[in-house]
Design a protein around this ligand. Structure first.
Ligand code: GLU
Length: 316
């Protein structure tokens, strides 16, 4: 297979790019803002363009995208070209799936989530991997399941059970690859597919994102190689957690830029707080660029204590 041509809505793949790709499901919290800031710093400190993509195939809350964009701009982040939307690109994902199907690399799967959880893991497959229940259904068995009204997902017929990637912060990382879903039962393309197509077609050669996505990355890199697409360089950055060790959430206190402003913080205060968590200082994104050094980034999560979630500027 050959590399797919870039479509007209894409940024031309010239100098390489970094990106931030939020899901418009709500306001960005301090953890999201910190990851966005890091993605921008990685890109700009290496002369890359910066692409903003809205992953809007799922979990869309009206108004969230506009608030996310204005929060990112308020921090001093800028981006190149138009804001990209996955919902404009369904044809590109379909084309990729069709190519894999034509190469014999997909199959229909009729398993429910519950069935997959209950099925024993394949004897030699990675822990938690899809056990391959529908891999070798006969045409008659497939027909029977379709006739029973089961919505079929489309899975990759993977030739591998693991794949190694290199990460700027984690080094060499080998993780499981299974027969991952490419198109869901509801017809929508799966995230692991869309992210691969989008990054390649938008010239993104540097992916900086939260380290909760590290375990999915070998799957994505393997998929890229099957599609003859370049594998980007990766940096999976530590998340922001609450004191219970859970991912930061709205209930943890004043966690969004709007919350902080309501409590009297300025944007400079918030950027300063993010900068301090990165061992740096500054009140706008570009002030952090000088001296930005990925090797000096903290490797463990930033734990937000209730104290740090109470505004320093004094609440109402
Ligand atoms: N849209 C995804 C999320 O918000 C991020 C995708 C990515 O960075 O690859 O979790």
């Amino acid at each position: 297979m050959t590399v797919m041509p870039t479509d007209s809505a894409s940024v031309p793949p010239t100098a390489g790019a970094g990106r931030y790709a939020p899901s418009p499901s709500g306001d960005l919290h301090l953890g999201n803002l910190r990851t966005a800031l890091l993605a921008w710093l990685f890109a700009r400190s290496t002369g890359r363009r910066f692409v903003l993509r809205i992953d809007d195939l799922d979990r869309v809350r009206p108004g969230a995208e506009q608030r996310q964009l204005s929060d990112l701009a308020a921090l001093g982040l800028d981006w190149d070209g138009p804001v990209l939307h996955q919902s404009d690109r369904l044809h590109r994902y379909d084309e990729a799936v069709d190519r894999l199907t034509a190469a014999g690399l997909t199959y229909e799967c009729f398993c429910t989530r519950r069935e997959i959880q209950q099925a024993a893991t394949a004897p030699h497959g990675p822990q938690g991997a899809y056990p391959g229940t529908c891999r070798d259904l006969t045409p008659a068995e497939r027909e029977e399941r379709r006739a029973a009204g089961r919505p079929g997902a489309l899975r990759l017929r993977s030739a591998r059970t693991d794949f190694e990637i290199t990460d700027r912060l984690h080094g060499k990382y080998r993780g499981p690859v299974d027969d991952l879903v490419l198109r869901r039962g509801d017809g929508l393309p799966a995230y692991n597919l869309t992210v691969v197509i989008d990054d390649a077609e938008h010239g993104v050669d540097q992916v900086v994102r939260g380290d909760d996505l590290l375990p999915s990355t070998p799957r994505q890199a393997y998929l890229a190689t099957l599609l003859d697409l370049p594998v980007p360089e990766y940096a999976h950055v530590p998340l922001v957690l609450n004191t219970a060790g859970q991912r930061l959430a709205k209930r943890d206190g004043a966690v969004t830029l709007a919350d902080r402003r309501d409590r009297g913080d300025t944007v400079r205060d918030v950027v300063g707080m993010l900068a301090a968590s990165l061992g740096s200082s500054g009140g706008r994104a570009d002030e952090l660029l000088t001296g930005f050094d990925p090797d000096r980034l903290p490797r463990s999560p930033w734990i937000l204590t209730p104290d740090s979630l109470v505004s320093t500027a004094g609440g109402p």
